[in-house]
Design a protein around this ligand. Structure first.
Ligand code: GDP
Length: 195
């Protein structure tokens, strides 16, 4: 998809604020700092639309970006920050549970992980959660530019094995720096949007 039009619509704190246009949604899940904002910016060719490197754990909101008036990227707040209080963590968990289990317009989730390291316990739990709720997943293993090409296969295998990636789910090696994987990511996303 060639994107000319992209805007942030809302940082929603409660389901009442989610858009009611009925347009399809692609969610992004991943640890804080894994590269979700950079992924969005790379996909839509805009440097600063999605906020990168925000203060960890500050956003307990779902950030909706509308793309070409056709669908939404929904940036789900990052997990895996110990600093967040127990109460905040519980609230965050509740929000995600509600979103992922009740959002009819959600077509697929992008599980964003760091190619350099084995997926964390949180990454695995999120993937299992999505699978449990029958949500199609595309794994985006980002920061590929930080690993020499000769080692890509080894890292890909570690990511897939650690997640126990299912047959039906897709995997994309990605870099926001080089644009590696961008075309593949678009074609997979489009297949879920049927556009
Ligand atoms: P978010 O918290 O998941 O939204 O993560 P960000 O998109 O803010 O990225 C966190 C940091 O990783 C920033 O300093 C980015 O510049 C960097 N980063 C993200 N993606 C890549 C990538 O593909 N390659 C490299 N080298 N750095 C990246």
């Amino acid at each position: 998809m060639k994107v000319n039009k992209a805007d942030i619509v809302i940082s929603a704190v409660s389901p009442a604020q989610y858009p009611n246009t009925g347009l399809p949604e692609i969610a992004l899940a991943g640890r804080s700092n894994v590269g979700k904002s950079s992924f969005i910016n790379t996909m839509i060719n805009r440097k600063g639309l999605a906020r990168t490197s925000g203060k960890p754990g500050k956003t307990q909101t779902l950030n909706y970006y509308i793309i070409e008036d056709a669908f939404y990227f929904v940036d789900v707040p990052g997990y895996g920050y110990a600093k967040v209080s127990k109460t905040e963590r519980a609230k965050w968990g509740q929000m995600l549970e509600t979103y992922f289990t009740q959002r009819d317009t959600l077509k697929a989730a992008l599980s964003v992980v760091d190619l350099r390291h084995p997926p964390t316990e949180d990454d695995v739990q999120m993937y299992e959660f999505l699978k449990y709720h029958s949500i199609p997943v595309i794994v985006i293993a980002t920061k590929a530019d930080k690993i020499p090409r000769s080692k890509w296969n080894k890292h890909i295998k570690i990511v897939k094995d650690t997640l126990n990636l299912r047959e039906e789910d897709e995997f994309v090696l990605f870099s926001s720096e080089t644009g590696e994987g961008k075309d593949k990511a678009w074609s997979l996303i489009e297949s879920y949007l049927k556009i």
